[in-house]
Ligand binder design. Sequence first.
Ligand SMILES: Nc1ncnc2c1ncn2[C@@H]1O[C@H](COP(=O)(O)OP(=O)(O)OP(=O)(O)O)[C@@H](O)[C@H]1O
Ligand SMILES: [Mg+2]
Length: 353
Amino acid sequence: MANKMIGVDIGFGFTKTTDGNDFLVFKSIYGEAIDFQFHEDLLGTAGEDEHLHIDIDDTSYFVGELAERQSSSRTFTLDQNQFVATSSKVLALAALSKIVGDSSQTINLVVGLPIGNYRQFKSDLATMLRGTHRIGSTNSQGVRKEINLKIGEVKVLPQPIGTVMDRLLNRQGKPENKRFATDKIGIIDIGFRTTDYTISDKGRYSERGSLTTQNGIAKAFTKIATKLKETCKVDIEIYRLFTAVEQGNIKVRGKAYDLQKITEHAFKQLAATVAADANQVWSDDWDIDAIMITGGGGAVLATYIQPLIEGVIIPIEEDLDYRLHNVRGYYKYGLHSWSPHLSTHSEESEQSS
Ligand SMILES: Nc1ncnc2c1ncn2[C@@H]1O[C@H](COP(=O)(O)OP(=O)(O)OP(=O)(O)O)[C@@H](O)[C@H]1O
Ligand SMILES: [Mg+2]
């Protein structure tokens, strides 16, 4: 039986995973599990998808929304080294436990790392994930089952390269869109915490022209939170601002506050910084054919950034949530690398620059 191909993108904001058919997204938050007094979902509104409760190495965790709602101590780290070293295993295994279900098939995994951590952590991350993980998974009714996650091969890609692979490869993992195989493309991946810049030169990752900055959407959220603290005297954890910002208002103790003006201002300012960094890091790469803007933050900032960037922008396909383009690319890259009849140049995996 062929191994099952899965892509996992562990971001500071959201963990994204796909097996080629289904996508799963949850907030990259986890905390200690508590014992529920009762398991009934009062209004029957919580989906099984949102219920992530897993045991790894004798510790029981709530992950994603469940941790946000129920854990008293939560890990939501913005420290990069700690994130890769400790959080990524919990988040990746939680994602796999959902998407793999009961299947005992061996998994081949493609994961991404931010550009700035790529060299330092790529083999550590692969080693940490490879092998058999015996984990427990408890559903929303409190029924626990044991799962053996068998991870065979692991490949690690620089995160924004996922978006290039998504455009270059078709659903079977075959190179199709030749432009991405022949051109020099700059990618700006705007995430929750970081913005990554990189260049794909004829389908290869080039370390020159690569940069990771801390200018993710969180920066704009921090500004909004500071403003809220001034006006309504509460400390709002920034990961609680997603919905509020999207809706344009927030309710604090029953009173609604309008967020549109401050959000617009914060996003414009952030976009200017992101664009200035792009022009700077690629100042010598005048031969770039085109630029792509990706990541969940890309969806929010693209319109502000476009007029400020020197070069041609390729719009990314609108068929999918911007947060998911990297992970779909990882999955396709997995197909490409591990399907023998397809790999004409699979050793590009090591992506040496
Ligand atoms: N449907 C959505 N729900 C929530 N956030 C969204 C949505 N669409 C776009 N966003 C934006 O996407 C951002 C997160 O993007 P993404 O998932 O790419 O970040 P990440 O990969 O977790 O972060 P990083 O790359 O810094 O590790 C959020 O900050 C939010 O502004
Ligand atoms: Mg990301």
